[in-house]
Design a protein around this ligand. Structure first.
Ligand code: NA7
Length: 570
């Protein structure tokens, strides 16, 4: 068995100790000591595209990736039911028309294996893998004031010196342990959705506990329910789920999408959420109740998608009464699906406005509770005391026995993975110290005292509030242009200035103050991680609004950055 405590720290959950040792032996032959233009950390979508852009510009890159291959989120999240929650063709790269024309998505909402093979295809097509060292975790990055360069080291013993340090570690990539005492006593098997084994896990005939009902948990439930002899779902905060009308993509539909890619992409770049749709200008109470209802039915129905309810009326996330019309509609839908009225009431969110915690796209999550072999425990009513050898002991003294447990308990989102890199900037300044009260990042992409560090989809950028594919392409292209500008103008070091950085932070907080987002204990606010500072992290100005602001910075000679010229030889 793997070292369970270590797994949650090291992401090696699914590897046996022997395999991990073998890996180390293989790696030992292969230690890298090098000097390059840029170190890129992470081979998910952002790291892959960044590598392509910079190598196209002739830069020498060293990439490091903790996983065994490319894919990032889609490499790790192999849990049953894992699926994208935006339409596949919109959640894809747009930078190369040949790529988007040649790839044939098979489902409206692709499952994890299909997305991973798409990313593998991208890696092959642009020959990206040779730039990365896989199974290798970065454990420190230090900036040298004298040379203006970064030294990056890994757990494997590599040491690389680079002008640029680019974090492509993703926004939801540091799994959050369950924070329940006694896990080490449990004799059965347990899994975290964010570090699922590579080989399929069969729950047939087992008594399974599932803890957590966020986007991952609600995808797991209906699938595991079909295998387990009994599935008990432990729910802390109920979520709003919108049903998925998933279907196979016909050739005709695919051809239509391919023919309209230029328009779809152009609209997505300007849309608030990075998708090809128009954001409404009408407010909820500017129309009749009947009209509102018809709109909600259509958002729920076959054309519905994850963002549909957030885009029904302009004020859904800003006005409590408008928001309640959506919440009431969804509560009614839950009651109409779930046959047991007590279970239905437990599944209805009541403690936060709709949309202020990320709503989920589900295939038959609510329907699963109509099965005889699925039960729901509300942790509000019946908290867990601890995990035992046999299962879960509740505060009320009841001990429930299980053969396996699934933790769908989420992530130390948005900042967790970057902070884990042990980054030290000017004068040995630690990023963990600088951000102890919350992240500070100019435009959500750079941070003062940490020159030549770029954070792709970093904290205080729109990141996960948008279609991530759109956010990633925007950041990668901006960083590549910035590096080109530095080369063209003989600039060796670029660094965000503290004043503009503070103004950006204030602007991010000002925008959230005009919304209902602060009324939820969400991971957007760091509220899911005990002890994490409560600061709203994503930028709410929308994909288009953010793009305009970031472009303004580059169009004005990288306003808000200090630029240090390269030393001229005497
Ligand atoms: P989420 O959305 O953070 O969901 C985690 C779930 O686990 C959520 O229901 C949490 O309840 C619950 N949770 C977390 N810690 C505990 C403990 N200690 N005890 C009981 N329940 C707990 O993560 P996901 O992986 O589902 O989704 C992450 C994102 O990936 C998603 O938003 C998409 O962007 C893709 P809580 O709500 O905190 O009360």
């Amino acid at each position: 068995m793997p070292d369970r405590k270590a797994c949650l720290q090291t992401r090696c959950a699914c590897q046996t100790g022997a395999a991990a040792n073998q890996r180390r032996i293989t790696m030992a032959k292969d230690i890298i000591t090098a000097s390059v233009d840029a170190v890129i950390i992470g081979a998910g979508m952002s790291g892959m595209y960044m590598t392509k852009r910079l190598t196209d510009m002739g830069l020498k890159i060293q990439g490091f990736e903790a996983g065994g291959d490319v894919g990032g989120t889609w490499y790790w999240n192999r849990y049953p039911g894992a699926r994208v929650d935006l339409e596949s063709f919109d959640y894809s790269f747009s930078f190369d028309n040949d790529l988007q024309q040649e790839w044939n998505w098979t489902e409206r909402y692709a499952a994890q294996p299909e997305i991973l093979s798409y990313l593998s295809h991208v890696a092959d097509r642009y020959d990206l893998r040779p730039h990365f060292k896989f199974n290798t975790r970065v454990n420190s990055a230090k900036f040298d004031d004298a040379t203006g360069r970064w030294t990056v080291t890994t757990e494997e013993g590599d040491t690389v010196d680079a002008q640029f340090l680019i974090s492509a570690v993703g926004v939801l990539s540091k799994p959050k342990p369950p924070e329940i005492d006694g896990l080490e006593d449990f004799k059965g098997k347990w899994y975290h959705t964010g570090q699922w084994p590579h080989e399929p896990v069969d729950f047939t005939g087992l008594r399974v506990a599932q803890i957590g009902t966020g986007s991952s948990g609600i995808q797991v439930t209906p699938i595991v329910a079909q295998q387990a002899s009994h599935l008990t779902v432990f729910q802390r905060t109920p979520v709003y789920c919108v049903p998925t009308d998933n279907y196979k993509l016909t050739e005709e539909l695919l051809n239509e999408v391919k023919a309209t890619y230029p328009e779809r992409r152009a609209i997505s770049r300007e849309n608030r959420y990075g998708i090809p749709a128009e954001f409404p200008t009408t407010k909820a109470f500017e129309v009749s109740e009947e009209e509102r209802r018809a709109k909600y039915e259509s958002a729920w129905g076959e054309k519905g998608h994850l963002l549909a309810f957030r885009m029904t009326y302009a004020d859904v996330l800003a006005d409590e009464a408008a928001n309640k019309t959506v919440a009431d509609f969804l509560a009614e839908k839950i009651r109409s699906i779930v046959k047991d009225p007590e279970i239905a009431e437990r599944l209805i969110p009541r403690t936060y406005p709709f949309g202020t915690k990320r709503p989920c796209l589900s295939i038959a999550f609510y329907e699963a509770f109509n099965r005889d072999n699925v039960s729901l425990v509300s942790l509000y009513e019946t908290p867990i005391k601890r995990i035992t050898e046999k299962g879960i002991l509740l505060e009320n003294g009841e001990e429930m026995e299980f053969d396996a447990m699934i933790f769908a308990t989420g992530y130390d989102a948005l900042t967790g993975a970057i902070l884990k890199l042990n980054v030290e900037g000017r004068g040995g300044r630690k990023l963990t110290d600088k951000w102890k009260d919350g992240p500070q990042a100019y435009m959500g992409i750079a941070t003062s005292e940490f020159p030549n560090l770029f954070m792709l989809t970093g904290p205080l950028s729109p990141g996960p509030l948008n279609n991530m594919a759109v956010s990633i392409e925007q950041h990668v292209e901006w960083v590549a242009d910035c590096i080109q500008y530095m080369r063209d103008n003989d600039i060796a070091v670029i660094e965000a200035q503290p004043g503009p950085e503070r103004e950006w932070f204030d602007h991010v907080q000002e925008l959230v103050g005009n919304t209902l987002y602060l009324k939820a204990n969400s991971w957007y606010l760091g509220a899911n991680v005990p002890g994490k500072p409560r600061v709203f992290i994503p930028y709410l100005g929308g994909a288009g609004g953010y793009r305009a602001k970031l472009d303004e910075v580059s169009e004005n000679d990288y306003r808000g950055f200090t630029k240090t010229p390269a030393k001229v030889d005497a």
